[in-house]
Design a protein around this ligand. Structure first.
Ligand SMILES: C[S@@+](CC[C@H](N)C(=O)[O-])C[C@H]1O[C@@H](n2cnc3c(N)ncnc32)[C@H](O)[C@@H]1O
Length: 206
């Protein structure tokens, strides 16, 4: 019991240190930790299906994820937009992009493209996506406002921007912060799903 208490204390301390350090310099979730986002236990613990359901994806849509990591969400998203749809993931870390490509190939998903790049300069065609989303990635991006303006440019008129945050992710962003940043980029809030510790804010490009 005492060991469990110590472990929990250690985890909380590590989380606080990471959060503090990442406010000073860019500290994205390292690629060697990608495995932690790939297990079925993770899917259950951090609500992969619920997050996908909140996106309301339909066959034929084009969907963009900024910061997909190894594709916990993007690989099933690519399946949900099939047939006829496309999924694109843009990540700043080469290790994550390689892992995403390998996992999509292993899963037999052929309508997914993984691109290496920065959310603030994504280099994707304007007005070419129906849905853009970020999950536990916004807080890792240094130029968050620029990144959301780029999502605005990449979406078709009326397109959906979906932002999901989970506590205690060390880069957790509050509902108020997410709303302020998205509205500053020109989006209108449509719906807020879930409690503060696992919420998805959906916005429309107006
Ligand atoms: C915590 S992981 C989340 C992965 C995935 N969204 C999920 O929920 O399973 C955050 C990801 O955002 C990526 N990232 C951080 N800063 C970025 C930036 N400026 N542009 C693109 N991706 C970025 C990281 O490399 C990492 O893969």
């Amino acid at each position: 019991m005492r060991s469990l208490g110590r472990l929990l204390l250690l985890l909380v301390a590590a989380n606080l240190v990471w959060r503090w350090a990442s406010q000073r310099r860019s500290l994205p979730c390292p690629a060697w930790l990608a495995w932690s986002l790939e297990t079925s236990l993770t899917d259950r613990l951090i609500g992969t299906q619920a997050t996908l359901d909140r996106l309301g994806l339909r066959p034929g849509q084009r969907v963009l994820e900024i910061g997909p990591g190894p594709g916990r969400l993007l690989i099933p998203a690519a399946r949900r937009v099939s047939p006829g749809g496309e999924a694109v993931g843009l990540d700043i870390q080469p290790g994550m992009v390689e892992r995403l490509r390998a996992r999509a190939a292993d899963a037999g998903v052929s309508n997914l493209t993984a691109i290496l790049g920065d959310a603030a300069q994504p280099n994707v065609p304007p007005e070419s996506f129906d849905v853009a989303y970020l999950c536990t990635a916004l807080g890792e991006i240094r130029e968050r406002e620029a990144a959301l303006r780029q999502c605005y440019a990449a979406l078709n008129p009326g397109g959906l921007l979906s932002l999901t945050e989970l506590f205690p992710d060390p880069h957790y962003q509050s509902r108020a912060t997410v709303r302020r940043l998205a509205e500053a980029a020109g989006f209108r809030l449509e719906a807020m799903h879930g409690p503060w510790y696992f919420f998805t804010a959906n916005f429309t490009k107006v």
